[in-house]
Design a protein around this ligand. Structure first.
Ligand code: PEP
Ligand code: MN
Length: 373
């Protein structure tokens, strides 16, 4: 894209030697001691960029909302003591003003803020008014909006670019979806991949902590990101994860982080094998999504089964089944799927729903009798 033609690297050293940038630190700066202890352990592990949330956007009121501006001097102290570059999340001009005053000039915009063009524009307008030198020093990473909307993500980056930010980057943290999934936020890898295709010079960082929501998924998601040629990772790390005040389940100790990082294969030069792996990983993720969807579908089928028992309704309703088949086959055709394939898949799914509903009645023998419906 013409617009992003003169970006300056946010991460100097790594972008020169081509190895992935690693940003790590706690979800939240909770106390001076926890912030400094975590930072020192991470610095000993060779990490050079430190993250810590000061203002925390929480889904529900009453959760820990960060300690606020009083944590900013702790981040400044991290730089003095460890030489790491500290960064934090900002969601308003007031946050940014406070961060800059404390000498924190690399920040990220969170997923909820990135979804709101008014909020991003207010931040951009504030940046426009800053003196040139301060603008040049600033680095801004924009997380993807919570909803899977590439144009909205690019729009947020454009607003900042037009305000004069040249040290820009993007963080992929996955997308919210209703219901239970393997991941806390579904990766939808094709969206960040398309972002990289459109703006190749924009550093793209993966946040496996917020995608997975569970510490045991961090290694796998990080490897997928590196295989897809992401430029780096941002990982939540806490000196005592089980006692963390936010996102405890997804944080790892600095030493666990080192083990994960050592286990990652660095990305070899591009070959056909490499492209194949990227596609296969995309297929694996799609299949995992299919499994979650099937499990949710069966859950709903069992609820319907319970209702039918209570209301004295029979398990198989041929009218409903043929309408469903007809509509889904037509939907599939619109998306390029062969009708015969759709009929077979839907037939098997329906058969399993019926089996589950019958088993609620303790009568699985009826399956055979209903198979023709
Ligand atoms: C975070 O990085 O701690 C955070 C709140 O992330 P997100 O905006 O991705 O939810
Ligand atoms: Mn977090």
């Amino acid at each position: 894209m013409v617009e992003f033609k003169d970006l300056i690297p946010v991460f100097d050293a790594e972008s020169q030697c081509g190895s992935p940038v690693i940003i790590a630190g706690p979800c939240s700066a909770e106390s001076r001691a926890q912030t400094l202890r975590t930072a020192e352990e991470l610095a000993s592990a060779g990490i050079r960029y430190f993250r810590a949330g000061v203002w925390k956007p929480r889904t529900r009121p009453g959760s820990f909302e960060g300690v606020g501006a009083k944590a900013l001097p702790w981040l400044a102290e991290v730089r003095e003591k460890t030489d790491m570059t500290p960064m934090t999340e900002i969601a308003s001009p007031a946050h940014l003003r406070n961060a800059l005053r404390a000498g924190i000039c690399t920040v990220w915009i969170g997923a909820r803020t990135a979804a709101n063009p008014f909020a991003v524009q207010e931040i951009a307008d504030f940046i426009s008014g800053l003196p040139r030198g301060e603008k040049d020093r600033m680095g801004v990473l924009v997380k993807n909006p919570v909803n899977p909307d590439l144009e909205l993500w690019i729009g947020a980056l454009q607003r900042l670019y037009r305000a004069g930010v040249r040290r820009l980057g993007a963080i992929h943290r996955g997308f919210s979806a209703y219901g239970n999934h393997l991941y806390r936020n579904v990766p939808e890898w094709r969206i960040p991949i398309e972002l990289k295709r459109r703006i190749p010079s924009l550093p793209l960082i993966c946040d496996p902590s917020h995608i997975g929501g569970r510490r045991d998924l961090i290694g796998k998601i990080s490897q997928q990101a590196l295989d897809m040629r992401f430029d780096g990772l941002i990982v939540e790390s806490h000196c005592d994860p089980d006692c963390a005040l936010s996102d405890s389940a997804q944080q790892v100790t600095p030493s666990e982080l080192s083990t994960i990082l050592l286990s990652l294969r660095s990305c070899p030069d591009s070959t056909a094998e490499d492209s194949l792996r990227v596609y296969r990983e995309e297929i694996d993720i799609i299949d995992e999504g299919l499994v979650s969807l099937l499990s949710r579908r069966m859950e709903v089928a069992r609820c319907i089964g319970g209702l039918k028992i209570r209301e004295g309704v029979s398990v198989v309703q041929p009218g409903r089944y043929s309408m469903l088949m007809e509509h889904r086959v037509a939907d599939g055709e619109r998306l390029g799927l062969c009708p015969e394939f759709m009929r077979r898949i839907l037939g098997v799914i329906h058969e399993e729903s019926v089996r589950q509903q019958l088993s609620l009645r303790g009568n699985e023998n009826e399956i055979a009798a209903t198979e023709d419906n």
